[in-house]
Design a protein around this ligand. Structure first.
Ligand SMILES: [Fe+2]
Length: 243
């Protein structure tokens, strides 16, 4: 499996604070059958303004550690980019390749708030698409406004955004509202990818298999696997995602 949304690099955002904790997260991922991980630290949200070199250095360091430890896992670069009006002035995206998934200048993971829906979301999706970027919208099922009106997400998908839901929403590890919302999204075939949004080895772990099992029971094994294998691979490689 490929996990496209994680906070797995040490001492860079609100993920692990120690190298050993990062390594422990990697062990959890390997045990779950995850082979590739995209590290997506928070960028541009006012708390974390990272430069690309720092992210790449940390990824290099962690990949070296994984080799030393004999763990069959590779970390790739990415970012969780705060959704704001700066994205309408898309020069920022032309300048920095780290902001896109695997530096491919194709897919960009946006950081979506939990309490409100940014009023310019549709404009931002349109702008990014018109520049050749495909926005990935994470964990909309955890957004309070969307929980009350999930139909909004159908419009985003129609516009060409990729919907990524969080594995722990599907397994009911959060409360009932995100679970209800994510089941609605799954039933309506709006979900492209399941990712962990991992922050730690235990409380927010990089585990996808449990969610895959739930989705396989609902929609069949093939559909579930697409969300953790085929679609993430297409995104990692920067290819067009047809479905
Ligand atoms: Fe995240």
């Amino acid at each position: 499996m490929i996990d496209i949304h994680t906070h797995i690099l040490p001492m860079i955002d609100d993920g692990p604070t120690l190298e050993q904790e990062s390594l422990e997260m990697c062990r959890v991922a390997v045990n779950d059958g995850i082979k590739k991980i995209i590290a997506t630290p928070h960028v541009g949200n006012g708390m974390y303004d990272l430069d690309a070199n720092k992210v790449l250095e940390k990824i290099h360091m962690l990949n070296q550690l994984l080799k030393q430890e004999g763990l069959d896992l590779v970390i790739f670069p990415g970012a969780e980019v705060h959704i704001n009006d700066r994205l309408l002035d898309a020069e920022i995206l032309r300048e920095s390749s780290i902001l896109t998934i695997n530096g491919g200048k194709k897919y960009i993971l946006l950081e979506f708030p939990f309490q409100w829906v940014p009023p310019k979301t549709e404009q931002i999706i349109f702008k990014l698409k018109s520049m050749g970027f495909t926005p990935i919208l994470p964990h909309l099922e955890r957004n309070y406004r969307i929980q009350r009106n999930p139909h909004i997400v159908a419009r985003y998908v129609e516009m060409g955004a990729i919907l990524q839901v969080t594995a722990q929403s599907i397994t009911g590890d959060f409360d009932a509202a995100p679970l209800k919302c994510v089941l609605w999204m799954l039933k309506n075939n709006l979900v492209h990818v399941i990712a962990s949004d991992a922050h730690s080895p235990v409380a927010r772990p990089p585990i996808l298999s449990r969610a895959v099992k739930v989705v396989a029971d609902m929609l069949g094994e093939e559909a579930a696997k697409k969300m953790v294998l085929e679609h993430p691979r297409i995104i990692l490689e920067g290819l067009p995602l047809g479905a």
